[in-house]
Design a protein. Structure first.
Ligand code: SF4
Ligand code: SF4
Length: 293
């Protein structure tokens, strides 16, 4: 019996039937939660700003649902007291790597060794992002001048670009990774299809810039002037002029979001017909979390 009910009983106030039903439902939901076969998820912090981790947390109760039912957070220096990189099914790596920092270089190699799937979480890990502009010379480590995206040091399986990356995309990748490890054959196939474009992005390279749109979309005659690139740019470096994107290169922080968001960049025809089933499967997986939002 809850504290409130005890107080009410002492005061002679009866619990309403509707309240009893709600409490029973809450109890029943608690008992239903599976706790086995969770995947091991870790957050590895390289030279990042923790904004990617905030984006993970911005899934609110969706994150709690994932941690309740699908994944154990086995490593995250910001949130847990595990000091050394453990074995992980999925490592979400935030930030780029300072190659003058021996420990960072060792950490990223260790992450690759210990993880089945390495995800570059956010644009610093994928493309270097703002750390591309680092030139060193600052107190108290003036020699820390060169920062590389993690894909320049290790093989990366999946990219989640964005500065910050969207909470929904992180959530979807986490659910799909769970299905890949623990789902039935159909679910594994669906998860594979979902992750494929993000794996293709990882294979494509480690540079992100407005010029990607110029080189691989506009100059290829693929741009249809939808404006998605402009909407996705976190620093408003893109405007649409006469229906075509114009980039303000001095504003561009090299996050690669515009290319990632452009529907003419790596749109994957294998995934589009599965859009509804993917949405349904994710909504189903997170039902309880979403209804409590
Ligand atoms: S998102 Fe792609 S297709 Fe749309 S305007 Fe930008 S470059 Fe063109
Ligand atoms: S133009 Fe904007 S979205 Fe594209 S890479 Fe530069 S900062 Fe990122």
């Amino acid at each position: 019996m809850g504290l409130l009910n005890s107080v009410k009983k002492i005061m002679g106030v009866e619990t309403k039937p509707a309240q009893v039903a709600m409490e029973k439902k809450a109890e029943a939901t608690k008992e239903k939660k599976p706790v086995t076969n969770k995947i091991k998820l870790g957050h590895v912090h390289m030279s990042g700003c923790t904004g990617c981790l905030v984006s993970i947390a911005d899934n609110n109760l969706g994150l709690i649902k994932i941690l309740d039912d699908y994944a154990d957070l086995v490593y995250c220096l910001t949130l847990a007291d595990v000091r050394h990189i453990p074995e992980m099914d999925v490592a979400l790596v935030e930030g780029s790597v300072c190659i003058q920092d021996h420990e960072s270089v060792e950490d990223i190699k260790e992450t690759r060794k210990k993880s089945k799937i390495v995800v570059a979480l956010g644009s610093c890990a994928c493309y270097g992002n703002i750390t591309r502009f680092s030139r060193g010379g600052q107190h108290n480590q003036p020699q820390h001048e060169s920062f590389l995206p993690i894909g320049d040091l290790i093989d990366v399986d999946v990219y989640i670009p964005g500065c910050p990356p969207s909470p929904e995309l992180i959530r979807n990748v986490a659910v799909m990774a769970y299905l890949l490890f623990e789902g039935n054959e159909d679910q594994k196939a669906l998860a594979g299809k979902y992750l494929k474009p993000l794996m293709d992005l990882a294979k494509r390279g480690t540079t992100g810039c407005f010029c990607d749109l110029m080189d691989d979309v506009i100059n290829q005659g693929l741009c249809m002037g939808c404006g998605t690139c402009a909407a996705s740019c976190p620093v408003r470096a893109i405007t649409l002029e006469f229906g075509k994107p114009q980039g303000e290169r001095d504003l561009c922080i090299k996050c690669g979001s515009c290319y990632g968001a452009c529907p003419r960049s790596f749109f994957n025809l294998d995934v589009i017909p599965e859009f509804e089933s993917i949405n349904e499967i994710i909504a189903d997986a997170l039902k309880e979390g979403e209804s409590n939002d």
